[in-house]
Design a protein around this ligand. Sequence first.
Ligand SMILES: NC(=O)c1ccc[n+]([C@@H]2O[C@H](COP(=O)([O-])OP(=O)(O)OC[C@H]3O[C@@H](n4cnc5c(N)ncnc54)[C@H](O)[C@@H]3O)[C@@H](O)[C@H]2O)c1
Length: 300
Amino acid sequence: MKNFKDKVAVITGGASGFGHEFALISARLGMKLVLADVQQDALDKVRAEFEAQGVPVLAMRCDVSKAEQVQALADATMEKFGAVHLVFNNAGVGSGGLIWENSQADWEWVLGVNLWGVIHGVRIFTPLMLECAKREDGYQGHIVNTASMAGLLNAPTMGVYNVSKHAVVSLSESLYQDLSLVDAPIGASVLCPYFVPTGISQSHRNRPGDMQNTAAPTASQRAAQVMSDKAVSSGKVTAAEVAQRTFDAIREGQFYIYSHPEALGNVRDRMEDIINQHNPGDPYKAAPHIREKLKSVLKG
Ligand SMILES: NC(=O)c1ccc[n+]([C@@H]2O[C@H](COP(=O)([O-])OP(=O)(O)OC[C@H]3O[C@@H](n4cnc5c(N)ncnc54)[C@H](O)[C@@H]3O)[C@@H](O)[C@H]2O)c1
């Protein structure tokens, strides 16, 4: 996709972090914005920010884990702007701890947002984009799904998140293959960031009341929270830089997008372990102090 001016961008999780940065670049490129989020105060703030700049914007409260709310988002987009060109299935949340200690609510919440959110986005917006392509001469579209390096690696105490993000990588590669098969004028990319300062480690701020845990957090869950707060807040690459790399990739039709390509050695090691039938290696090989810290916390 190379033409952005006057085109329509839909961004889930658009009120914060990567989503907000995607919106800023989209606006600079002259696009019309559809911003979907569950955090109303953040959504109100970004709506006011873009309206003040004269950017056409539809800001809508939408829980991406709910099919009917994503359908309502698509309907409202078509009603207001009459087309869709660029879709970011980006909303995401996290929950840590030893995998057998995660509750059913942890699994349902994280898979609901991270995986079902992308499923609904692809299932509902792709046919709409294909319809738009039939009506608009020279139509160009693109879909970006936000996964994570956790979609290519499996670090300990991140199991629920890892599962959700591996599924998003698979879904995105499948989407790419299927769009190519039918020669659709729609590209696809998967964004796999490493730790980048955003609100992600505080995603429990938006956890719905009916998805709360009744039990107190376990030692592993407390340790995972401390680790993720530290890793995310000390990330050196900014969300704005990642958003710029993402737009460069959209222009070039590049599928895999990374924030920290230097971390891909771990992915190569994992692939070699799989091919050579070696048992899974240590994803913290380059940072053994993290593994030692986790072990000592879990021993009490
Ligand atoms: N920041 C990182 O280090 C990092 C690394 C890898 C992947 N990611 C992924 O990046 C994506 C964006 O997260 P971020 O880092 O910008 O964090 P963020 O918390 O700043 O932004 C996420 C946004 O999603 C919204 N959201 C949460 N639940 C939602 C729901 N049910 N429906 C709609 N919106 C919802 C939040 O309100 C928030 O505005 C996520 O998919 C996340 O998993 C982040």
